[in-house]
Design a protein around this ligand. Structure first.
Ligand code: ADP
Ligand code: ADP
Length: 229
């Protein structure tokens, strides 16, 4: 079953830049997909369509088999279903402590203090950051910030997690740690979509790869199919 689908998506920024040029892209439930392409190819722009932050100039986005509509109530629902981790964790982390940061999402969707507390604890454990509850996020390393940003999304209990360049700015060890975490989340059933311009790391983890260039998908398939010619 397709959990995310983009049909004939064209997107033009207000200044006229055509960032997406008739994109067709589908992700099956339970998949771990990498969107691979150089800077400026359209990866971030495409991702921002999957939880309705951007509305296509033309075309349709389907989430969980339903056409995305841009009414406030539906958007709230879709943003719980599809979590996006931005490339720069500083865009996402703003509370004075790690635990308040991770609690922001659950409290925002109206969960009780008790349920929120439980989710914060579980999410920090999953990303290997228990013990950091009282620390200010801006004092952490890049990799740790990334993991806190991921914990904040996990605490919303999404079915799809999208990560924009999750390994950018990390050393190889930090990068493999993040990818290993994503691999584990995927093994537990979460659908994962990551963008990257890094040809080396991704094929080890992704089940399927879509290659994007100049706002177009130019290739897709298993890592073997994409890289063996
Ligand atoms: P990627 O994530 O692959 O690096 P982006 O989606 O950020 O690519 O960018 C795709 C294209 O859209 C690029 O040409 C970029 O310069 C342009 N772009 C991105 N954001 C904006 C914006 N806010 N306004 C105008 N053009 C933009
Ligand atoms: P990414 O690699 O994630 O696309 P970028 O460095 O391309 O990140 O973009 C960072 C921010 O700048 C994004 O919010 C993007 O929308 C915006 N941006 C990128 N290109 C342009 C552009 N040509 N004009 C205006 N904003 C842009």
């Amino acid at each position: 079953m397709k959990i995310i689908e983009a049909k004939d998506i064209v997107y033009k920024y207000p200044d006229g830049t055509k960032a997406l040029d008739n994109i067709n892209f589908a992700v099956e439930k339970g998949d771990m997909v990498a969107l691979l392409g150089p800077n400026g190819a359209g990866k971030s722009t495409l991702f921002l369509h999957f939880n309705g932050i951007l509305e296509p100039s033309s075309g349709e986005i389907d989430v969980d088999g339903e056409k995305l509509n841009y009414k406030k109530k539906s958007l709230l629902r879709v943003r719980q279903f599809v979590g996006i981790v931005f490339q720069n964790p500083d865009d996402q982390l703003f509370a004075p402590t790690v635990e308040e940061d991770v609690a922001f999402g659950p409290l925002n969707i109206g969960l009780t203090q008790e349920e929120t507390k439980k989710r914060v604890k579980d999410s920090l454990r999953k990303v290997g950051m228990e013990g950091f509850e009282k620390k200010p996020p801006h004092h952490l390393s890049g990799g740790q910030k990334k993991r806190i940003a991921i914990a904040g999304i996990l605490a919303m209990d999404p079915k799809v997690m999208i990560l924009d360049e999750p390994t950018s700015g990390l050393d190889p060890k930090g990068a493999s740690k993040i990818l290993k975490l994503l691999y584990e989340l995927n093994a537990e059933g979460m659908t994962i979509i990551i963008s990257t311009h890094d040809v080396d790391l991704v094929p080890i983890y992704a089940k399927n790869i879509h290659v994007i260039k100049d706002g177009k998908i130019i290739k897709k398939g298993s890592p073997h199919e994409v890289f063996d010619d």
